[in-house]
Design a protein around this ligand. Structure first.
Ligand code: HEM
Ligand code: HEM
Ligand SMILES: [Fe+2]
Length: 473
């Protein structure tokens, strides 16, 4: 089973892999939308009147972060549809249903975006909850869309489980995948409860946000990167699975109670300060393990691979995950520090670095692997002059954006909170301090560098592997 990881041969794509290509295409388009809204939001920090009555900051921000969640989830699910037939040696069971629900979801996302754009202001009541906006950061989709998403994830789960059963053999990777996807899907429903008590609302909302990005998504990425490394480097399955089990134990062991780092100041019992501080401080451990693992594998092969773009994104992923999630997260996770830094732009610095490192890195690795097989069934190393530029510009861009956020967050933490004690005048002083005002411009500049990287990436994805077709033949 799954011999195709080491040396993919000329072969027709599975239907499931064709579906994965559609997932990846939509992911890249939504990535572009995320950046447009991010750029406008960043510019509105500098010029608050810009598009004030047409596209206010609040709407841009909503679209920026929701687009991100959706396209990353789509990219990761696309990765599963890509590798599942290779792992099980057969077409995915229920693929017709999967295709059907996919186009329903694409249409649904379009409708939700249009509604956000056209209905920006109004009362919050049961009607708006169902049809307009649920008002929970990152997962603002109205309830009808929530239900569609639940159906989508249920079909996805059915695809994975039924295909595994039909293959009549379960691998360690598949076992972890199924266990993880059940948790991932179930957790989404925690973001759908409406209560008038804000503490309870936030308490459950964090189950989705934190337990997704710091537990279930992280494990999903472990599985997908495991498959990717088997493909890219021919790493033996035993080695991959041994590391994976270790990582899963560490991710869940630290990340589940690490949830407490969001419960310090929202009205939950005080024991969360100790629990959250302790367990979340250990969360970087599995991320270190992942860096060591990726580097060990890549080093053992002296970077020899059939797909350098994918391998370099995989290495960027390992480092980005560790630095963005591990280091920038650790920086503000102890209650003694979080008391001052909570809710400042330090959180946004960490959010950008972590999402980019851990999840954008993974999706790019997956996409380059898929593109290689879609374009060139014959195994010829995939390369171009552009992918390196795209990677470099995007890394430079995100480091600049997050660096600017870090400095402005530092000014908020030190000046507004720690030195001047959170008074109104302290607020004004920190927001007019040069460390704050200048970084808004720097952030905007680096955002354009990031966008340049994105454009090179799109060009590269559209063309890589198409040239020198004669040579390939
Ligand atoms: C890939 C993994 C991760 C992602 C994508 C991620 C993302 C984020 C995001 C977007 C926020 C802001 C949430 C909001 O809007 O309020 C946040 C907050 C936070 N994250 Fe992470 N994170 C990750 C891993 C970690 C890790 C490993 C740690 C700890 C070691 C950590 C510690 C924190 C803390 C303490 C906050 C709250 C900051 C505050 O109080 O303002 N994160 N994270
Ligand atoms: C053109 C590039 C980008 C620009 C200009 C940009 C700008 C912004 C701005 C202005 C905000 C609102 C911050 C606030 O509320 O104070 C924001 C939030 C956010 N952005 Fe971006 N962004 C960009 C790219 C990205 C990328 C590539 C990612 C991740 C893959 C990302 C993830 C996030 C997250 C998670 C938040 C919420 C942070 C929090 O609540 O703490 N952004 N972004
Ligand atoms: Fe968290």
């Amino acid at each position: 089973m799954a011999t195709s990881f080491a040396r993919p041969k000329a072969q027709e794509l599975f239907e499931s892999q064709k579906l994965a290509l559609a997932y990846f295409a939509v992911a890249i388009v939504l990535f572009g939308a995320q950046l447009i809204f991010g750029l406008i939001a960043a510019y509105q920090y500098i010029n608050p009147d810009f598009l004030l009555d047409k596209l206010p900051f609040m709407t841009n921000r909503t679209l920026h972060v929701n687009a991100m969640i959706v396209w990353l989830l789509v990219g990761l699910m696309g990765g599963v549809y890509w590798f599942l037939p290779l792992e099980t040696g057969r077409e995915v069971v229920g693929i017709k249903l999967a295709k059907f629900i996919w186009w329903v979801i694409v249409a649904g996302v379009g409708v939700v975006v249009l509604v956000y754009l056209f209905v920006q202001i109004g009362p919050g009541n049961a009607l708006t909850l169902w049809f307009i906006n649920e008002g929970r950061e990152y997962i603002e989709a109205p309830r009808w869309a929530d239900l569609a998403i639940v159906a989508w994830v249920a079909i996805f789960l059915y695809n994975v489980i039924a295909t595994t059963l039909a293959a009549r053999r379960i691998t360690g990777l598949l076992g972890v995948l199924i266990f993880d996807l059940v948790a991932l899907g179930a957790l989404y429903t925690a973001g759908m409860h409406y209560t008038v008590n804000v503490t309870m609302d936030q308490y459950l909302w964090w189950w989705v946000v934190h337990l997704w990005v710091e537990a279930t998504w992280e494990v999903l990425v472990g599985v997908l990167m495991g498959w990717s490394l088997m493909y890219l480097l021919g790493t033996p399955r035993k080695l991959i699975e041994t590391w994976l089990f270790l990582e899963v134990a560490l991710v869940f062991g630290t990340g589940i109670l690490g949830l407490g780092h969001h419960y310090f100041w929202i009205g939950t019992p005080e024991y969360w300060i100790g629990l959250g501080g302790f367990f979340s401080a250990l969360e970087p451990l599995p991320l270190v393990a992942m860096v060591v693992h990726a580097l060990y594998d890549a080093g053992a092969h002296r970077l020899h691979t059939v797909n350098r773009p994918a391998l370099f994104w995989a290495i960027a992923q390992a480092f980005g995950n560790f630095i963005g999630a591990g280091v920038w997260g650790f920086m503000q996770t102890l209650p003694q520090i979080n008391m001052y830094s909570h809710g400042t732009q330090l959180a946004a610095a960490h959010g950008h670095l972590a999402f980019f490192g851990a999840y954008v890195g993974t999706v790019m690795t997956l996409i380059y692997i898929a593109v290689q097989n879609a374009r060139r069934p014959v195994m010829i190393p995939l390369d171009s002059r552009y992918w390196g530029w795209a990677l470099a510009l995007m890394v430079l861009g995100i480091v600049g954006i997050a660096g600017s956020f870090t400095i402005s967050g530092f000014s908020q933490t030190m000046i507004e909170r720690a030195e001047l004690g959170s008074t109104w005048s302290a607020f004004i002083q920190s927001y007019t301090h040069p460390w704050y005002t200048h970084t808004l411009g720097w952030r905007y500049l680096f955002a354009w560098i990031f966008v340049a990287g994105y454009l090179v990436l799109v060009y590269d994805l559209l063309t890589i592997g198409k040239r020198r077709e004669g040579h390939a033949a």
